[in-house]
Design a protein around this ligand. Structure first.
Ligand code: HEC
Ligand code: HEC
Length: 209
């Protein structure tokens, strides 16, 4: 791509120099490249990153920092992904997906999805009002400090929990519980104190937002 632009610039003397200089600069994905990359993500994550599959989280409206960090975690293998078949029937997990991305791609995608709007799934999933009430109390007490407004504030750089698919959150709870996914030390302290029966209460509370 860069080569082509240098060729087309030949003939305008001053610009040839500028084109060659571009080799020394970090290559960033262009808007067209990002849209192409995002098209593949959306085959699992849904239009604009709002997923229609309960196993696949929305990624729209997340902070760019969180998106960047998680994609790097998947790429490095620090966070294990779960296999899933995309809309074309191709099965992949996030580790395979992220390995194909350069860090520039990751930065561009993180910026792209941070500008989309998160759509809550509250009206599409059933929650138990009793569990919701109990979960809200637990969450305010133990989790709110880092996940404000039931985890709907992207600036916490801790994902978006309120309105997320419950099936996705339930699976992440399981991975945290079994130590398959690392969590921040201070979160671990609070999480370990939850009884397993508390999990479903919190998951219902988050699913209802
Ligand atoms: C084959 C399906 C598939 C494709 C393609 C895919 N994802 Fe995912 N993604 C998933 C699934 C399933 C999860 C949740 C399970 C897990 O942790 O692996 C997930 C999780 C994530 C998460 C973590 C969200 C969170 O709340 O922590 C991010 C970020 C993400 N994907 C970004 C992307 C981006 C960006 C692309 C495109 C480059 C992409 N995904 C392509 C299936 C896919
Ligand atoms: C000290 C701050 C802190 C506390 C307290 C905390 N968390 Fe977190 N949480 C985080 C951060 C930071 C992340 C991002 C994790 C990462 O970097 O992998 C996170 C991630 C998560 C995720 C995964 C989000 C996703 O999109 O995959 C869930 C679920 C979660 N926290 C639930 C909880 C629950 C439930 C509690 C209360 C028992 C809690 N957290 C308490 C900081 C905290």
């Amino acid at each position: 791509m860069l080569k082509k632009s240098v060729i087309t610039l030949v003939g305008t003397g001053a610009l040839v120099g500028a084109g060659i200089m571009a080799y020394g600069l970090p290559v960033t994905a262009s808007a067209a490249d990002v849209a192409k990359l995002a098209h593949e993500c959306n085959e699992c994550h849904g239009k604009d990153g709002n997923s229609t599959h309960p196993e696949v989280p929305n990624i729209a409206g997340y902070s760019a920092t969180y998106l960047h960090d998680q994609l790097m975690n998947y790429k490095n293998g620090d966070r294990p992904g779960v296999k899933f078949k995309d809309d074309d029937g191709e099965e992949k997990d996030m580790n395979e997906v992220a390995k194909e991305l350069s860090e520039d791609d990751i930065n561009a995608l993180a910026d792209y999805y941070s500008k989309k709007t998160f759509k809550s799934h509250a009206s599409e999933q059933e929650t138990d009002p009793k569990l919701v009430k109990r979960g809200e109390k637990l969450f305010k007490h133990k989790c709110k400090k880092c996940h404000d407004d039931f985890g709907t504030d992207p600036d916490d750089d801790a994902g978006i929990l309120g309105g997320q698919w419950m099936k996705y959150i339930r699976h992440q709870f399981k991975m945290f519980h079994e130590g398959e996914r690392e969590m921040p030390k201070k979160m671990k302290k609070k999480f370990k104190k939850l009884k397993e029966a508390d999990y479903e209460a919190i998951i219902n509370a988050l699913g209802s937002k």
